[in-house]
Design a protein around this ligand. Structure first.
Ligand SMILES: [Zn+2]
Length: 144
């Protein structure tokens, strides 16, 4: 069912569209977790895909962060969920943050050339694929 949806964005003007919610995923595992990530996916009345992210926090002095992006196709949406894998420019170790455990400091990062999905992004895409054939097809590359 189509409804008027309005999404907050810290980095830009808010988004407003007619559409419907498709899927949600969260990195929250326990109720005492101080910070977690929530992802929501929507499809607009015109068939565009919208990804919404909310960085939740219950830490004193911190505020939730909001972002949202619009994609013309399911394939663009799926593609945008992948992140560039990074390694330490100094020692080559795979990095998931700025800190390198080998160099024992925050380090310069460089892309390894590979991409990956976070657990929460994968969960979101799998939920979408269950109800949307275009997303399901976009998760696979057909080799001929
Ligand atoms: Zn290093």
């Amino acid at each position: 069912m189509m409804e008027r949806i309005e999404l907050l964005r810290d980095h830009d003007r808010d988004l407003r569209f007619n559409g419907h919610w498709v899927a949600s995923a969260s990195s929250r595992k326990t109720n005492d977790q101080p910070r977690w990530l929530e992802l929501n996916a929507y499809v607009t009345a015109e068939g565009k895909y919208v990804a919404e992210g909310i960085g939740r926090t219950v830490v004193d002095g911190e505020v939730d962060r909001h972002w949202a992006y619009v994609y013309d196709t399911a394939e663009d949406f799926v593609d945008a969920q992948f992140r560039d894998a990074m390694r330490c420019a100094n020692c080559g170790r795979d990095l998931y943050g700025k800190y390198c455990a080998v160099c024992k400091k925050n380090t310069v990062r460089e892309p390894t050339g590979e991409r990956y999905l976070t657990r929460v992004s994968r969960e979101l895409l799998e939920q979408m694929a269950d109800v949307d054939d275009a997303v399901d097809k976009s998760l696979v590359v057909d080799v001929e």
